[in-house]
Design a protein around this ligand. Structure first.
Ligand SMILES: NC(=O)c1ccc[n+]([C@@H]2O[C@H](COP(=O)([O-])OP(=O)(O)OC[C@H]3O[C@@H](n4cnc5c(N)ncnc54)[C@H](OP(=O)(O)O)[C@@H]3O)[C@@H](O)[C@H]2O)c1
Length: 218
C-alpha cells in the first residue's frame, strides 16, 4: 500500500463501467491495473492513453483495492481462484435478473462467498455516461454502502479526491435495498453544489419503503 491516498487498485472488467472508473482512478494518481476477459493485449491502447497498466485478473487481484465491474452472470468466473482475503472489493455489479430475488442477493451474496473481504457497494447506481466526478460548480452524488467502517472511510476519501460527492448509505444490506437496479437510488444522477453539503437523502415511509428526499445545508 502506498502512502496517503495513493493506492494500488485492480479493476476487473473493462467495459462501459470498468474503463471510465479505471481511467478516473489513474487520473487521480493511483496505480491501476485493468483486466478483461480477452487479455491484456486487447487493452494496450487504452492503457497507454490513460496511464494505467493492462493485466490479467490475477494481476488486478494483487492490488489493495479490487473493483468488480463485470456483468452479474460473469462474476464467478471473474473472481474464481482469486485470493481476496483482507482486501477491499468495490462491487459495481447489479444483479440484473428477473423475478423476486432472495434477500441474500447482490453484494450480500458476494459477501457470503468472500467473508474475509471488505465489500463496498458503489458506482452501481450511476449509468455509465454519468461517471464523472467534478461537474461545473458541483460534484456528482455517489452512493456507497458496506459493513466495514475502515474500508468505507478509505473509499470515501478516494471518491472525494476524484471529485465525487460520496455518501454513505449504511450497511451492505441497506445498500442492497436502496441501490440495486430499480431501487430508490438507482439512476439518481443528481449533483451537489460545491458550497453545499447533504443533510438528508433518504427517508423511510410509513409502509417501510424508502423515499428520496434530498436536503442540502443552507
Ligand atoms: N453500463 C451501465 O450503465 C451500468 C450502470 C451501473 C452498473 N452497471 C453494472 O456494472 C457491471 C458492468 O457493466 P458494463 O456495462 O460495464 O458491462 P460490459 O460493458 O459488458 O463490460 C463487462 C466487462 O467484463 C469483462 N469480463 C467478463 N468476464 C470476465 C472475466 N471472467 N474476467 C475478467 N473480465 C471479464 C468483459 O471483458 P471483455 O471486454 O474482454 O469482453 C468486459 O470488459 C454490470 O454488473 C452492470 O450491471 C452497469
Amino acid at each position: 500500500m502506498k502512502r496517503g491516498l495513493q493506492m494500488n487498485i485492480g479493476v476487473i472488467g473493462a467495459g462501459a463501467m470498468g474503463k471510465p472508473i479505471a481511467a478516473q482512478f489513474a487520473a487521480a494518481g493511483h496505480d491501476v491495473i485493468l483486466a478483461n476477459s480477452r487479455g491484456p493485449e486487447s487493452l494496450q491502447d487504452f492503457a497507454k492513453s490513460t496511464g494505467l497498466t493492462a493485466g490479467t485478473r490475477f494481476d488486478a487481484a494483487k492490488a489493495d483495492i479490487i473493483v468488480l465491474a463485470v456483468r452479474w452472470e460473469n462474476r464467478a468466473a471473474a473472481l474464481s481462484d482469486l485470493d481476496l482475503t483482507g482486501k477491499i472489493l468495490i462491487d459495481v455489479t447489479n444483479q440484473m435478473e428477473k423475478g423476486d430475488l432472495p434477500e441474500n442477493r447482490g453484494s450480500l451474496l458476494l459477501q457470503s462467498h468472500f467473508p474475509d473481504t471488505k465489500i463496498v457497494k458503489a458506482f452501481n447506481t450511476l449509468y455509465a455516461r454519468y461517471l464523472d466526478g467534478n461537474t461545473t460548480g458541483a460534484r456528482r452524488f455517489l452512493a456507497f454502502a458496506g459493513d466495514d467502517d475502515d474500508a468505507k472511510s478509505t473509499v470515501k476519501a478516494i471518491f472525494s479526491a476524484m471529485g465525487y460527492y460520496p455518501y454513505d448509505i449504511g450497511t451492505l444490506a441497506l445498500g442492497n435495498e436502496t441501490m440495486e437496479f430499480g431501487a430508490v437510488l438507482s439512476a439518481q444522477h443528481f449533483t451537489v453544489p460545491n458550497d453545499k453539503t447533504l443533510t438528508q437523502v433518504l427517508v423511510k415511509a410509513n409502509d417501510g419503503s424508502w423515499e428520496l428526499q434530498v436536503k442540502e445545508s443552507e
